[in-house]
Design a protein around this ligand. Structure first.
Ligand SMILES: *[C@@H]1O[C@H](CO)[C@@H](O)[C@H](O)[C@H]1NC(C)=O
Ligand SMILES: *[C@@H]1O[C@H](CO)[C@@H](O)[C@H](O)[C@H]1NC(C)=O
Ligand SMILES: *[C@@H]1O[C@H](CO)[C@@H](O)[C@H](O)[C@H]1NC(C)=O
Length: 464
């Protein structure tokens, strides 16, 4: 009898774990733990826009008569040239997916998110729903999604994720639904929904990173139905994570998996990059209660590659490490974007940043991977951001301290009440510590003997 009761309870719990197409049910799914542990991913914006490679959203900017795009077309292309004709020039001649996979591994990132389709609608896989507007029919003549997925899976332990834009600027099916105030959803039924199922079934992405949701509701996009399917039935149902861009109004920053809130969202910064469409959904404060991601670009100005990029547009490695420290200290993941070229190369300056990130993480990664936010996030006097693990606090120090004496206010209580051992990551010897009235003073080693560059991590082991 007991056994039967247990079996019954077990069955109930299995049935109860099925997700319904409601936000309440979908939001109740625990985020698979790998995502929070990973902390760092690489975002890739690659598509037909990588051919003009001048400004982001090229097709829309040109259509909307942005003079930069109009002048460029007048000067360089015949009068009746169409955007679609760019696809022939998207050759990916030098695309070596194993080389990319190796670069991403060396960067220290733990996942990759590739644009399977951006707002232009061109798909980087042979979508049956995107006839003649996909990477096998025109352009590279290869399955870019599949080739990168395979290279990453065969040679690294990075997770492979896919970005997918729900809307398409000029898809006639979408424009017809739009003209009907989204009372019809022919576009979703015949394009978006089948394509989402296709990329999940064909490539088994561990991240489905949705975007382009803002003109229509989650009901129009069938987002809740898709997510219930993804979590109940799909081949990645136990491991996949998703974001929060699933419908207009109050979905972003409130529902789904991890929250992205705004592009380049960083609650550790005083001023966020406010955009009108997100104003209502921004939350205040620094440490976030819900898992979030800071999706940002190494080229400050653009998600996609620009041939006229200037050196000052590129974040320095110090700036990137500051952003990483702020993000992870406040409970976020950092998704760093690079735009590959139409030839399929990643330019050396992006490579250098990624390799520098990897070099830093090689020494200091234990303060980042699988870390948790500490009780305090930052310390203004030390120019510090904190992370923690069991019995350990990591102080990520953004500037080398004056006279080699590092000061922290927020660690004062900890040092007063516990036995501590203090190290600089990368160096073995214990550091000398003294307590002032309200600050902890830690003597750093001679800088010439220190292995880490740019940003340093003080590791504090304390007795329990
Ligand atoms: C461009 O298209 C217009 C209208 O379709 C046509 O009259 C014109 O001859 C075309 N111009 C060129 C250079 O092909
Ligand atoms: C969201 O999109 C729907 C169409 O699907 C529209 O009717 C509604 O007004 C939009 N809501 C907001 C808040 O923009
Ligand atoms: C540190 O965090 C506090 C909130 O805990 C915030 O008000 C302050 O602006 C942060 N300082 C820096 C330098 O970002």
């Amino acid at each position: 009898m007991k056994k039967i009761v247990f079996l019954f309870l077990f069955l109930i719990s299995v049935i109860a774990a099925r997700y319904e197409p409601t936000w309440e049910s979908i939001d109740s799914r625990p985020l698979p733990s790998w995502y929070d542990e990973a902390k760092i991913g690489i975002f890739l914006h690659w598509g037909v826009y990588s051919v003009p490679s001048l400004i982001e959203w090229f097709w829309k900017q040109w259509t909307d008569k942005n003079p930069v795009a109009v002048e460029f077309m007048k000067k360089n292309y015949p009068p009746n040239f169409t955007y679609q004709e760019f696809a022939k020039e998207f050759t990916a001649d030098f695309f070596h997916p194993y080389d990319w996979a190796n670069l991403f591994k060396l960067s220290g990132a733990k996942y990759v998110v590739l644009t399977s389709k951006h707002h232009e609608g061109y798909t980087l896989w042979p979508s049956k729903h995107s006839f003649s507007w996909n990477s096998v029919d025109v352009g590279p003549r290869r399955d870019l999604v599949g080739d990168l997925a395979n290279a990453i899976r065969y040679t690294t332990d990075l997770k492979f994720g896919l970005y997918y834009s729900l809307y398409e600027w000029y898809n006639p099916l979408y424009l017809a639904d739009q003209a009907n105030n989204f009372q019809t959803n022919v576009f979703v039924e015949n394009k978006v929904y089948p394509e989402l199922l296709d990329i999940v079934n064909s490539y088994q992405p561990e991240i489905v990173w949705s975007d382009g949701e803002w003109e229509a509701s989650d009901t129009y996009w069938k987002s809740k139905e898709f997510l219930a399917w993804l979590y109940n039935e799909s081949p990645v149902k136990d491991t996949v994570v998703t974001n929060d861009r699933w419908g207009n109004g109050s979905v972003i920053c409130q529902h789904g998996g991890f929250f992205t809130c705004t592009d380049k969202y960083n609650p550790g910064l005083k001023q966020n990059y406010l955009k009108n469409r997100y104003k209502n959904s921004l939350f205040l404060g620094v440490l976030q209660s819900h898992k979030w991601e800071n999706a940002m670009t190494i080229d400050r100005e653009s998600w996609s590659y620009r041939r006229n990029i200037k050196i000052e547009n590129i974040f320095s490695i110090h700036e990137l490490l500051v952003t990483l420290a702020q993000t992870v200290s406040c409970g976020g993941n950092l998704l760093m974007n690079v735009g590959p070229t139409k030839e399929g190369t990643i330019i050396p300056i992006f490579r250098e940043r990624l390799l520098q990130m990897g070099e830093w993480l090689n020494i200091n990664g234990e303060a980042i991977y699988s870390s948790q936010p500490w009780i305090y996030q930052n310390d203004t006097i030390g120019n510090t951001w904190y992370t923690a693990k069991s019995n350990t606090v990591y102080a990520i120090v953004l500037e080398w301290p004056e006279n080699n004496v590092y000061k922290s206010k927020k660690m004062f209580d900890l040092f007063q009440t516990h036995d501590v051992s203090v190290y600089l990551l990368g160096n073995d010897q214990k550091l000398q510590v003294s307590l002032g009235d309200t600050v902890v003073e830690i003597v750093f080693p001679d800088k010439a003997t220190v292995i880490s560059q740019w940003v340093w991590v003080v590791k504090v082991l304390y007795s329990s």
